[in-house]
Every structure is written in C-alpha cells, then in structure tokens.
Design a protein around this ligand. Structure first.
Ligand code: FAD
Length: 419
C-alpha cells in the first residue's frame, strides 16, 4: 500500500497528509473548497487546550441541556424535532456517561502529546499562525463551578496535565484587562492559542512541498473499497465524474465523514454540533490595550477566547443540535458580543465578524482514529470540540496505523510468494 487518498482538507486531513508524506506514502488530498480549512477549521476558538479535555458525557450536561431547551440565547440548544440520527447519537452519548473519567484522562493525555508534534512542525516549516503561549485561565463565578473544576483538575493530572487554582486577585494579575467579580479560577500555563486556518494552510503548503498532491475544488461523490483498492469518484462541472484509484483511503471529512463511512460499510456516528464565533477587529489602541493576551475559558457561559496577533480577538462557543445547518443566527451571536462588552469594556465592538461551524462530534466525545472494516480504509475524524488541540497527535497515531497495515500487507504478500 503506497498510494493513499485523503478525503477532506481541514485540520485533520492536512495533518494526516503531512504525516503520511513524511512516512514515504504517495498522498493525494481531495478538498471540495478552493482552499484548505474553509469549514470547521476556519474560525474556531483557537485554543490548544489540554485544560479543556473534559468530555461532555456527564449527567450535568443533560440536566443543563434540559434547563436551557427553551432559551434561545442559552449556551446549549437542541432542536426538539426528533430524527433517527439525533436520537441514536443521544442514546450513545448517555451510554458513554460511565466512561466520563476514563475518556477525560485519555483526552488530556492526547492533548499534551499533541503539543510536541504541532510546535515542532510549525518551527520546522516556518508556519506563522499567531501562536501565543500565555496559558489558559478558566474563570468561575460561583463555588459550584469552581468545585467541579477542582475534580476535573484531578482527572487532568492523571492525564499528565498540571493546572492550579488561582484566587480572584491572582486572576487579576494573570489577566489585568478582565472585568467583573469571580469566585476563582484555574490556570494552565502550558496551554496556548493560535489561528487554525493560518496553521492548516501553512501545513498544506508544507505537505505540497513534500510531494502531496493537494487537489482543491474536488467534490468527492463516492468512495468504495474492495480491501486492496480504493476508488474515489469526483464530480466534474459539465463533464462525467472523474474516477481515481488508490491503494488506501483515509476519511477526514468532518461532518461528512459519517456518509463516507456508510458508503464503506462502517458506522461512524458523527453528529454536526454547531458553534459560533466572533472575531472582533481591534482597530484602535484602546481596544488593543483593553483586550486580553491570556486565553480565557468561561465555564458557565461555555465561551473561549484567543488573542490572534495585535488586532484580532476571537470569542467562540455554544452548542446547537440542529442537523447540518450552517445559518448564522443573530440571536446566537448577540450573547457573544454582550459577553465581550461586559468582560472587556474597553474593547470597541463596532467591527465584529460572525461565523458558524459544525463540530464533527462522536457520541462518546472521542475521535475515531484507526482502521475501518476493509483493510485499506482508515479514519481520522470526529474530533468534536477539540480538533485543533488533538489533530497533531491523532495524525501521528494514524500514521502508525497505516504504516503497520502496510507492513502486514507486505508480510502476507511475501509469505504468499514464498509458498
Ligand atoms: C465554534 C467552535 C469553536 C471551536 N473551538 C475550538 C478550540 O478552541 N480548540 C479546539 O481544539 N477545537 C475547537 N473547535 C473544534 C475544531 O474546530 C474542530 O474539531 C476541527 O476544526 C474539525 O476539523 P476537521 O478536519 O475534522 O473538519 P473540517 O475542518 O470541517 O474539515 C473537513 C473537510 O472535509 C471537506 N469535505 C467534506 N465533504 C467533502 C467532499 N464530499 N469532497 C471533498 N471534501 C469534502 C470539507 O470541505 C472540509 O474542508 C471548535 C469548533 C467550533 C465550531
């Protein structure tokens, strides 16, 4: 197995392409947009946050979700119209609650391991992605939230991530621009932030330099495999579809991965969980001085922030279960702007760019990394709320799996020849 196709040019597809090219594979990446990272990897929260490794499969998420059902500006919103996809996803979500601790620890472990890969690739390839290594501060307004964070910290520590509690006074010295009164916080110095779109495009260019065929504007219609060959059909404007054959295929198609998996006889029950972001343009000196340099995570409102360069401030969050729907709703954007105005009163919010993206989320909140049913089919997808944080390590893991599968195929072929 030497030639590998990758479906999807978001962060997961591009990191996978880069890793496989470095391992000597002949890689072709198919992306339907004209550029890499135009869907969920476009304008996310920017956090490379091992400290956000807590999975959501907890009874408190269900309780909060029910409470928020009828509030249009709530952090979590579920369209109550039942669909088989949504019901099956929620049933599996609930079934995963007993594994909350194990999955949180494992996610933290992966997030910590991801850093060394991502940082070294950026340095090696000279990628500027507004990387800021100032840590992430989790903020709490009440004792209940703060106490829960204490328990989460114990799990994170088991995954290899130290973070420590800070008083409101210490919070003020960590991030002097933050207004408001707080019960306390947790600070993780080792976490960082950066622009996912810039990084993905930088790494896509590096992958192309390594020989990856990066094919943009290619809308993959079908994918099939007989275990030895994978056949990909791409739609063509005003012409018959083009057909491409490879030794293997990796599905990294974000929320479209579920459909491709179904074509390949696999079940990858990803649900599109919509989130929103705003990018506030810091056009004047007062706004630049009034915006935080340290990244924040407000656990109550479920908002995360990143300072991207001198003149951009990103705020992202909210979760909406409403199928494949990319509408940017004004009533979901407004709370993000109000939060900025409340927490950072010196920022001018005249120039704000809204965005919505669909998190490709597995019901157990763990990415699907590994082999499919057919011997030459692989998945690196379903990273949910932490795709930016985890993608470098899952690409590395997938690289091992594909290399191992190739070695096995080689051993079997050699044995057959010997017979
Ligand atoms: C509001 C919000 C905030 C977030 N904040 C953070 C954060 O702070 N930190 C963090 O770690 N994560 C965060 N995330 C999650 C993270 O952004 C995602 O997990 C990650 O971007 C998913 O990457 P992906 O490659 O799986 O999907 P995508 O980026 O969506 O890439 C999939 C690609 O497949 C392509 N594709 C699909 N179908 C086809 C087809 N038929 N033919 C060809 N190409 C196809 C798409 O065009 C797309 O480019 C956030 C997400 C959201 C929505």
């Amino acid at each position: 197995m030497k030639s590998i196709a990758i479906i999807g040019g978001g962060i997961t597809g591009v990191t996978t392409a880069y890793v496989l090219a470095k391992r000597g594979f002949d890689v072709t990446l198919f992306e339907r947009h004209r550029y890499a990272a135009m869907e969920t990897s476009f304008a996310n929260g920017g956090q490379l946050s091992a400290s956000n490794a807590e999975v959501w499969t907890h009874w408190s998420t269900i309780v909060k979700g029910l409470k928020w059902m009828l509030k249009s500006d709530a952090p979590l919103l579920v369209n109550p119209t039942p669909t088989w996809h949504k019901l099956s996803w929620f049933a599996e979500f609930i079934a995963s609650i007993p594994h909350y601790e194990r999955n949180t620890i494992e996610t933290a472990r992966m997030a910590v391991a991801a850093r060394q890969h991502l940082f070294s690739w950026a340095a090696e390839e000279g990628i500027d992605f507004d990387h800021k290594r100032e840590g992430i501060l989790h903020i709490y307004r009440d004792k209940k939230g703060f106490d829960h964070a204490g328990k989460v910290s114990e799990l994170l520590a088991k995954g290899g991530l130290p973070r420590h509690a800070v008083t409101p006074e210490e919070m003020k010295s960590i991030e002097p621009t933050l207004a408001g009164s707080y019960y306390g916080g947790y600070f993780t110095e080792s976490d960082s932030t950066g622009d996912i779109h810039k990084f993905t495009n930088g790494l896509a260019a590096a992958a192309a330099r390594l020989g990856v065929h990066t094919l943009y504007g290619q809308d993959v219609k079908t994918v099939q495999s007989n275990g030895q060959q994978a056949v990909i059909t791409v739609a063509q404007e005003d012409a018959l579809p083009s057909v491409h054959t490879f030794d293997g295929v990796v599905v990294c198609a974000g929320v479209a991965s579920r459909d491709f998996a179904a074509q390949l006889g696999d079940r990858v029950n990803i649900y599109p969980v919509k989130g929103y972001s705003i990018t506030v343009n810091l056009n004047d000196e007062q706004s630049q001085l009034g915006a935080p340099n340290v990244s924040l995570l407000d656990d109550e409102t479920k908002l995360v922030t990143s300072r991207l360069g001198v003149d951009r401030f990103r705020v992202a969050g909210t979760a909406e279960f409403n199928g494949v729907n990319r509408d940017i709703r004004a009533d979901r954007i407004r709370p993000l702007i109000a939060w900025v105005e409340q927490c950072f009163p010196n920022i001018n919010t005249r120039s704000v760019v809204p965005w919505a993206g669909l998190r490709p989320m597995m019901p157990n909140m763990m990415p699907r990394v590994g082999k499919g049913r057919a011997a030459n089919v692989f998945y690196n997808t379903g990273h949910g709320h932490l795709g930016w944080t985890l993608s470098a390590v899952t690409a590395d893991m997938l690289g091992h799996v594909v290399s191992e599968a190739t070695r096995e195929t080689h051993v079997i072929a050699s044995s057959l020849q010997a017979i």
